[in-house]
Design a protein around this ligand. Structure first.
Ligand SMILES: Nc1ncnc2c1ncn2[C@@H]1O[C@H](COP(=O)(O)O)[C@@H](O)[C@H]1OP(=O)(O)O
Ligand SMILES: [Mg+2]
Ligand SMILES: [Mg+2]
Ligand SMILES: [Mg+2]
Length: 356
């Protein structure tokens, strides 16, 4: 629920010229991507945009925070780029990084070399943990959504002694108004202005602004108490979350609306402003969740009044290094719905196990 709906700049339709520019940009983006996609050792995709985003965020953070001892836990590393056949890709990333930094006048003094870019990417090698402060970055969360032209996010969080104290989620394809059961998943189909930035600091609430810089408004999670009125989010990719289990849980709970499938932590952002009331995530057996996939999103939701737990109701523990130690999955909703959601999750998991 957006608390200040009187701010007309949020709800105005995007002018035709802007929409055309956005569509043009997307065409360029798609053309760029086809030759710039690689596969990592776990078979997940990585693009020049993932590497470039990590290099830029890492470089800018280090420049902006020169007095802090700088520790960053980030998804990508330069291993594949430093191999013999990685040279061309590094060159390409370096061009993109320099082009982007030029736009920000304070970073134009000297163009970064390929080695500077590789070094910036590798600043993200910290392991995290329970002591000190660590920045946590997913430079592109939801790379598959990014490649489809759907939802993705740039997710940055700060851990202090293993607790998330700050989170920022940029969602370039998320409409500024709602993205719920009544909307289609693709931003292509919407005439709304798109591009949202969510940010949350511990104890201070969650705010959203447009990516082109409108003034921030405070957002709140849905206050729905009756599950029949709730809609739920889950992964777009069936390979990332068990859709049949979510569907069993939703049915048990009495949720009537069909699932809303969105890529990335954009789900947490949309949930924080009440677009839906529940997020269910049940990765396939053997998948280990990483902290950069949930740190920013979880504080964005909890500061908006939501609750984020594993499937057994335990809070997420970000203090154990790169991975989250979880019981089965991640569930998110408001405080009122959580007890019945937990019950439905427990029963559905038991039924699934006994049917095997
Ligand atoms: N096999 C997998 N199961 C669950 N999540 C995955 C899997 N592979 C990658 N992911 C990560 O899940 C997140 C997106 O999932 P979803 O969009 O379904 O919420 C991303 O962080 C993605 O990483 P990445 O950051 O590389 O895109
Ligand atoms: Mg990835
Ligand atoms: Mg991710
Ligand atoms: Mg990523």
């Amino acid at each position: 629920m957006v608390s200040n709906v009187s701010d007309k700049s949020y709800v105005d339709e995007e002018p035709l010229t802007e929409r055309k520019t956005r569509e043009e940009k997307k065409k360029v983006q798609k053309a760029l991507l086809q030759s710039d996609v690689h596969s990592k050792s776990d078979k997940s995709p990585v693009t020049v945009a993932d590497y470039g985003s990590q290099a830029i965020v890492s470089y800018v953070l280090e420049k902006e925070l020169p007095t802090e001892s700088f520790l960053l836990v980030a998804e990508e590393d330069s291993g594949d780029l430093r191999k013999e056949n990685g040279q061309e890709t590094v060159q390409r990333i370096t061009e993109l990084v320099n082009d982007t930094l030029v736009v920000e006048e304070c970073y134009t003094a000297a163009a970064l070399s390929t080695e500077d870019v590789l070094r910036a990417i590798d600043s993200g090698k910290s392991e995290g943990g329970s002591s000190g402060r660590h920045w946590v970055l997913d430079p592109i969360d939801g790379t598959k959504g990014f490649l489809r032209g759907d939802q993705y996010a740039i997710a940055l969080a700060l851990l202090d002694e293993g607790k998330v104290v700050l989170g920022v989620l940029a969602c370039p394809n998320l409409p500024l108004t709602s993205f719920g059961a009544n909307k289609q998943h693709s931003s292509e189909s919407s005439n709304d202005k798109i591009g949202c930035l969510f940010f949350a600091k511990v104890g201070e609430g969650t705010y959203m602004q447009s990516l082109d810089g409108s003034s921030p408004i405070k957002v709140h999670i849905s206050a729905i108490e009756n599950p029949e009125e709730a809609s739920f989010f889950e992964s777009f990719e069936a390979a990332h979350s068990l859709h049949d289990l979510s569907s069993a849980i939703a049915k048990k709970l009495g949720v009537k609306a069909p699932p809303v499938r969105i890529d990335s932590q954009a789900k947490y952002g949309a949930l924080s402003r009440g677009d839906g009331a529940i997020y269910l995530r049940f990765p396939h057996k053997g998948y280990r969740e990483k902290i950069w996939d949930h740190a920013a999103g979880s504080i964005v939701v909890t500061e908006a009044g939501g609750v984020v737990t594993d499937a057994a109701g335990n809070p997420l523990d970000f203090s154990k290094g790169k991975y989250l130690d979880l019981d089965t999955g991640i569930i998110v909703t408001n405080q009122k719905l959580m007890p019945s959601l937990l019950k439905a999750v427990r029963e559905s998991i038991q039924e699934k196990v006994s049917s095997l």
